[in-house]
Ligand binder design. Structure first.
Ligand code: ADP
Ligand code: MG
Ligand code: MG
Length: 521
């Protein structure tokens, strides 16, 4: 089914009214950013509204449901990949694979190797995931195709729910002036991202406390969750709501620290490796149950070797890491490409080895599930593969090249590819993947509202992200003396980021995209 002509026509005075009540709603309901260029401390004292789309954007109902349905299998897939040390070593190690040529990946991998050689004290890992998709249209009709699978610092749990609230409010308060019959409540799916992400964090916290009951050490104070954040973070109105929800719903307290602060304030107890963080507000340090990283995904977050040392301290500790280094590495673009090779994803989804070692919930899947996964992928290959460079040159106009990086702004597109390949040494090829460009259906417009400038009407591309989580790890099984993989997971909530059609990259914080929600058609 083609997407409807969008947005529907409204008069200039209706537009002006919508804008006024929308920006006021945004400012009243935490759909906010801190202004750029401000140092913290001191504590911030003003905010600007986050960029948003004035209308929800049309998205095919069946494909939205399909993306939601895929999430469970993705949760399980990435939990199993992160549990497969041998696989990750083969794909990413600093000795023989990507880590050799990509210094950042290599350093993370080496820290992971050192920590596992010493012996892990915390078997569990937590992943908070976001699987991103674009609509794709070719001769076979319309479908969703995965852009990437994020395993670290997946953001917009808080703000995606806030923009859902904004569009519901505009609908309820103005009916969008009856400008379109599809703009109605029954076409708006629920968005419960916050509750879902927080339930993952709370499950991990509970599991940590449970494991402590079985061990001797106890600090006497309730353990807290540590949010590791970037200095001068502007996206606090996305992050803080997780803290409010943890406190209100689960009575779990949170401390926030940068790597820099943790370098002097984080300590590990000798025997138990319990993670303790000093505070200026209490004589006793805080015991940490879960380390939730909203920093650490880019080399920029590690300006000195001390920052990597701090990451290692956290990794060595008995706290549950969200994500562990293994899980962060599992989310690399290289792993995404390797999984798409013939037969590889099958070893994680269909192979009997998982059924044999899984605790209680075997999460069994069928060949049909694998077909569904594969159908959500574009063609991907490593630039080190035979004939890859020639193929990439030939197909450049329909291709994006990606390094092993997160956070936007790192990819090379279409016309820039040949020149980029000219400058890429043979050794460096292994650190890059090529991915066929997703062919997004054209013709959808929206009105984009950004703080400090006039609304812009533009042709847009919408990227859908589905959230999920998994708490997993090998625990010993007294009945068999073997090790069993414990795995709990959940999914729910979504993010829609909408960008002008002419921009190759997305990214809300980087200014390309705005926050949006779906209207199902
Ligand atoms: P990052 O981890 O930096 O977010 P992504 O793989 O998500 O990297 O790429 C950044 C952006 O580039 C995406 O949000 C999307 O807009 C665009 N992009 C990435 N891969 C494709 C693709 N195969 N086809 C079209 N656009 C893509
Ligand atoms: Mg992305
Ligand atoms: Mg990413």
């Amino acid at each position: 089914m083609p997407l409807p002509k969008w947005p529907p026509a409204i008069s200039p005075s209706q537009l002006e009214e919508l804008r006024l009540i929308a920006t006021t709603y945004a400012l009243s309901h935490g759909l906010l950013y801190l202004p750029p260029g401000q140092q913290q401390p001191p504590a911030p004292s003003s905010a600007i509204h986050a960029p948003f789309a004035l209308f929800p954007s049309p998205f095919p109902r069946t494909l939205f449901t399909h993306a939601q349905d895929l999430q469970q299998i993705y949760n399980v897939l990435y939990a199993r990949v992160a549990s497969d040390t041998e696989f990750l070593d083969r794909v990413l190690s600093a000795e023989t694979a990507v880590g050799r040529v990509d210094e950042f990946v290599g350093t993370l991998w080496k820290i992971w190797k050192e920590v596992r050689s010493e012996g892990l004290v915390q078997p569990l890992q937590l992943g908070i995931f976001r699987s991103d998709y674009l609509l794709h249209e070719d001769g076979d009709g319309m479908d969703i195709k995965q852009v990437e699978f994020n395993t670290i610092s997946a953001s917009f749990g808080g703000l995606s729910q806030a923009v859902d609230g904004l569009h519901r409010y505009l609908m309820a308060s103005t009916g969008y002036y009856s400008c379109s019959p599809i703009l109605k409540e029954s076409n708006v799916p629920p968005n419960n991202t916050l509750a879902e992400i927080v339930s993952g964090l709370a499950q991990a916290h509970k599991a940590y406390l449970q494991s402590k009951l079985n061990s001797a050490s106890n600090q006497g104070h309730p353990a807290q969750i540590l949010f590791v954040t970037q200095p001068n973070e502007r996206n606090v109105f996305d992050q803080r709501p997780l803290e409010y929800e943890l406190l209100n719903t689960y009575n779990i307290r949170v401390i926030r620290r940068t790597f820099e602060e943790l370098a002097t304030q984080a300590h590990i107890q000798d025997s138990t490796r319990v993670l303790l963080v000093d505070t200026s507000t209490s004589p006793d340090p805080v015991e940490v149950s879960v380390v939730y990283f909203r920093a650490g995904y880019t080399p920029v977050d590690y300006p000195t070797s001390t920052h990597f040392d701090t990451r290692k301290t956290l990794e060595r500790s008995a706290a549950i890491k969200c994500p562990s280094l293994a899980l962060q590495l599992a989310g690399s673009k290289k792993v995404q490409a390797v999984l798409s090779r013939p037969g590889v994803v099958e070893t994680f989804i269909l192979s009997d080895r998982w059924a044999a070692i899984s605790q209680d919930n075997p999460h069994s899947f069928t060949g049909e599930d694998v077909d569904g996964l594969r159908r959500s992928w574009m063609e991907m290959y490593g630039l080190e593969e035979e004939g890859a460079i020639e193929k990439a040159r030939k197909d450049a106009q329909e291709l994006v090249l990606k390094p092993q990086r997160e956070g936007g702004g790192n990819n090379v597109y279409k016309g820039h590819i040949p020149e980029f390949l000219d400058g890429l040494s043979e050794k460096e090829r292994e650190a890059w993947i090529a991915m066929a460009l997703i062919k997004v259906p054209k013709g959808v417009e929206n009105t984009l509202v950004r703080s400090g400038s006039e609304p812009v009407r533009a042709n847009v591309v919408c990227e859908l992200g589905i959230f999920g989580w998994a708490l997993f790890g090998y625990e010993s099984d007294p009945s068999t003396d073997g090790k069993k993989l414990k795995l709990e997971e959940g999914s729910g909530g979504y993010l829609l980021r909408t960008k002008g059609e002419d921009s190759d990259e997305g990214g809300v914080a980087t200014g390309f995209s705005v926050l949006d929600s779906v209207i199902l058609v």
